[in-house]
Ligand binder design. Structure first.
Ligand SMILES: *Cc1c(COP(=O)(O)O)cnc(C)c1O
Ligand SMILES: [Zn+2]
Length: 424
């Protein structure tokens, strides 16, 4: 269908769903736009396909007139076009903080921290969940379910509660207390599994064959994944509608990294920013580094591993989007690297000490990987760089407890204060 140019201005891009179908990421087979995620021809994952002319109706002005949350980009998303059926706690439009003190410490020129700990349940997962649950509701589901390393659990339980949907959340039994308590409080069904995340995920896939529920990371995953694009859109808009030269992104399944690349690509293609080159870097913990290991070996396949690291929110040993993340890093001239648990703790403390931002372990992974990439000469210290803090440090206090002691413990007297050497 073609639309006469004089009609374009009268079509509100926010009420038109630009998503038209699902397409196979491997063979290109197309499917109806519905909650399904694997190609029946080749078993590869499916991705949302858009009507390019519908995307092209979105302008900077139409975005800027939208709400100050991720739904300002609804014209570029596959769900949520009817605000009455949208599932939203107001995620998105989180601060892009200038990080001059951290930059100085690392010998960099221009550095920004995109701080997604400011989301309603304090992690970037609120973006993907808001889009996934909106899609679930639009497709008639009343129960939503997920397998989670923690942050997804809290976000699904919270968004489901806010929308009156039933939630069934599966987590590994050894999750941090902070994440278990802050999921249980929303009152959904919370099931701890005696196994690691990959075991939890496998069970979740089996359940999805049995129950007519919206499984956030199974049948509605194509919708879920698109929510991550909003993190890329926001960075570009907050920089004054331009792309940064380098980004450093934490990797769990690898989806976020690939969607930031997709978002930058779309903005350039749609003429919303100048399509300037950018390099995408990935960050993992050494205790769960399947994608970084494949990058280092120069291979295309990601060998699964058993995770063992304090960065539990990134502990996916068999990452679904690993090969795509490798492709993005190689295609853009970036790299994927990893850091040890002590380096992660040091990264958390460095970000907090220089910028006043307390990130969770995933943020520590990102800061520590930034440092390693600089040390190895892989990342240009003079090019404008954005790093992503994807969660709040209050969620992962455990690994910091031994380093988070008071400077001194004294009796309540002036003399004791001075004796302890705490004055000027
Ligand atoms: C889920 C998550 C990520 C990255 O997730 P992907 O699966 O790679 O999209 C990054 N940081 C935090 C804190 C997360 O919870
Ligand atoms: Zn296929």
């Amino acid at each position: 269908m073609t639309v006469a140019p004089e009609r374009l201005a009268t079509i509100n891009p926010d009420v038109v769903n630009p998503a038209v179908s699902l397409s196979c990421r491997y063979c290109g087979a197309t499917y109806a736009l519905s909650p399904t995620h694997v190609c029946i021809e080749c078993f590869a994952p499916l991705e949302i396909a858009y009507d390019e002319s519908a995307l092209r109706r979105v302008t900077r002005a139409s975005i800027e007139a939208g709400p100050t949350n991720l739904w300002r980009y609804v014209g570029l998303l596959p769900a949520g076009h009817d605000p009455a059926r949208r599932v939203s706690l107001g995620a998105g439009w989180t601060p892009l903080r200038p990080a001059a003190r951290l930059a100085a410490e690392l010998g960099m020129r221009t550095l920004w921290v995109k701080d997604d700990s400011a989301n309603p349940t304090h992690s970037f997962k609120d973006r993907v969940v808001s889009v996934a649950l909106s899609a679930a509701r639009e497709h008639g589901y009343t129960t939503v379910a997920c397998a989670s390393t923690g942050n997804l659990a809290q976000s699904v339980a919270a968004h489901a509660a806010s929308a009156g949907l039933r939630s069934v959340v599966l987590i590994p039994h050894d999750l941090e207390d902070g994440k278990t308590v802050s999921t249980a409080v929303y009152g959904g069904t919370l099931v701890a599994i005696d196994g690691n995340y990959d075991d939890v995920n496998r069970l979740c896939s089996e359940l999805s064959g049995e129950y007519e529920w919206a499984f956030v990371n199974v049948n509605v995953r194509p919708f879920y994944a698109e929510g991550s694009k909003t993190l890329g859109y926001e960075v570009a808009e907050q920089l004054g509608w331009r792309l940064p030269e380098q980004v450093v992104v934490p990797i769990a399944s690898g989806s976020l990294l690939t969607k930031i690349d997709k978002a930058f690509g779309e903005l350039g293609r749609l003429g919303l920013v100048e399509p300037t080159p950018y390099r995408v870097f990935g960050a993992q913990a050494q205790g769960c580094n399947p994608v970084a290991a494949a990058f280092a070996r120069g291979v295309d396949t990601v060998a699964p591993m058993k995770p063992s690291t304090i960065a539990k929110s990134l502990s996916i040993g068999n990452p679904a989007d690993g090969p795509y993340a490798l492709d993005v890093a190689r295609r853009t001239g970036g790299a994927i690297t990893d850091v040890t648990d002590p380096e992660i703790v040091e990264g958390i403390r460095l970000l907090a000490r220089t910028e006043g931002v307390f990130g969770e372990t995933a943020g520590g992974v990102t800061v520590a990987c930034l440092r390693r990439l600089l040390r190895e000469g892989l990342l240009d210290p003079d090019a404008e760089t954005v790093i992503f803090n994807t969660g709040d440090g209050l969620k992962t206090l455990d690994p910091l407890v031994s380093t988070g002691k008071p400077t001194a413990t004294i009796r309540p007297s002036l003399a004791a204060f001075e004796t302890a050497g705490l004055g000027d």
